[in-house]
Design a protein around this ligand. Structure first.
Ligand SMILES: Cc1ncc(COP(=O)(O)O)c(C=O)c1O
Length: 360
């Protein structure tokens, strides 16, 4: 009667998703927006929350929130939207709907780890096609060949990609959507920081779903993701959504946020400006190679063999970023989230000191 005997082997084989405790460190590891709701909005938001009846279940269809979201996104009537407790939950819903033994989930690698993890725990076969070394571009021929031979039930394209930060050419993504026999999820988690979007192309192909999240935009604590797609796909997915997956406080808060999107857009513009400053400063450091980013983070490479030591040196100096240096294709790579100007300056200073100490 032990867990070993009964828990499915693919679940036992997983390692739990690890989130480090930041302690007092400057937290630049999780692609959060460093800015809080401006003080002048906090009172209005709290007033709104005062009206929420916590004794009642939330609206299972989140009608008001979905309607506001549709209006903000200017969705056409023929496309449908589904909400998730973070976009992580949406990935889980998609794969629960498609899972069958030997069905394949395909994605370029390295990419967002939840595609692989959820494929594994829904009992599907995950296939990662390596990105080109050097610039993390798509290996289009290999992707197309894999689509042809493996007939994947789902293809995930993080656009722009996490953890590399780049956005592949739109024509390449469109080629993959056209070639795929089944669902293609274009994950636009970083849309607020990117220069292009496929949202307005939803409906042009019957297999394209575009997914986004409120997390990177300043509302990670709410846990709210959404996906937009053709009605027949979204209606099937909706059957697997647990009835009250978006809690009442999140529904009210997100509806409130949608009335004030200019605030979040202005914060995103500040983050983009800081991203440019960080990238230039990183590029000017000896032995450091920053990669192009259309997200709110920057992937950068440090001198060979120093990845882990630089991560630890930064942490010892009070800055937590993400160490990716032991992952395939990411030797000596670290990922820093763009913070406030002060945080970024502290990070740059800590990095200079760490690199100097490594050289000594
Ligand atoms: C590409 C990508 N998609 C989805 C997510 C998850 O977002 P959420 O907070 O909505 O679950 C992340 C988070 O890092 C991400 O990088």
């Amino acid at each position: 009667m032990s867990a070993r005997e009964w828990v499915r082997p693919e679940v036992r084989a997983l390692t739990a998703y690890h989130v480090p405790d930041p302690g007092d460190a400057i937290k630049l590891d999780a692609m959060e927006n460093p800015y809080r709701l401006p003080p002048e909005l906090v009172d209005a938001w709290l007033e709104r929350l005062r009206e929420v009846p916590l004794n009642r279940y939330p609206d299972p269809a989140a009608r008001q929130l979905r309607e506001r979201l549709r209006r903000w996104l200017q969705l056409r009537p023929e496309v449908e939207v589904i909400l998730g407790n973070g976009s992580d939950e949406l990935i889980q819903i998609f794969l629960l709907a498609l899972a069958a033994r030997d069905r394949v989930v395909l994605a370029p690698e390295p990419t967002f780890v939840m595609y692989r993890m959820i494929a594994q725990f829904t009992g599907m076969r995950y296939l990662g096609v390596p990105l080109r070394g050097g610039d993390f571009g798509l290996d289009l021929d290999t992707m197309l060949a894999a689509i042809e031979t493996e007939r994947p039930a789902a293809v995930f394209l993080a656009w722009p990609n996490n953890p590399t930060g780049n956005r592949w050419p739109r024509e390449q993504v469109e080629r993959l959507i056209e070639a795929a026999p089944a669902l293609v999820v274009v994950d636009e988690a970083y849309a607020p920081f990117a220069d292009d979007s496929l949202l307005d192309a939803v409906g042009r192909w019957d297999n394209l779903v575009v997914m986004r999240t409120f997390s990177k935009q300043g509302l990670a604590g709410l846990r709210l993701g959404y996906a937009v797609g053709p009605r027949d796909w979204i209606r099937e997915f909706d059957k697997l959504r647990l009835p009250y997956n978006i809690n009442a406080l999140t529904q009210a808060s997100a509806a409130f946020a949608l009335e004030h999107m200019a605030v979040f857009e202005e914060q995103a513009a500040r983050i983009r400006a800081e991203r440019a400053r960080l990238s230039t400063a990183l590029g000017a450091m000896e032995g450091v190679e920053p990669f192009a980013s259309e997200t709110n983070f920057i992937l950068f490479r440090v001198p060979a063999g120093q990845g882990r030591a630089v991560f630890e040196g930064l942490l010892a100096r009070g800055v937590l970023i993400k160490d990716l240096s032991n992952q395939p294709g990411l030797d000596d790579c670290l990922r820093v989230t763009v913070g406030t100007p002060r945080e970024n300056t502290a990070f740059l200073q800590a990095l200079r000191e760490t690199l100097a100490a490594e050289r000594a």
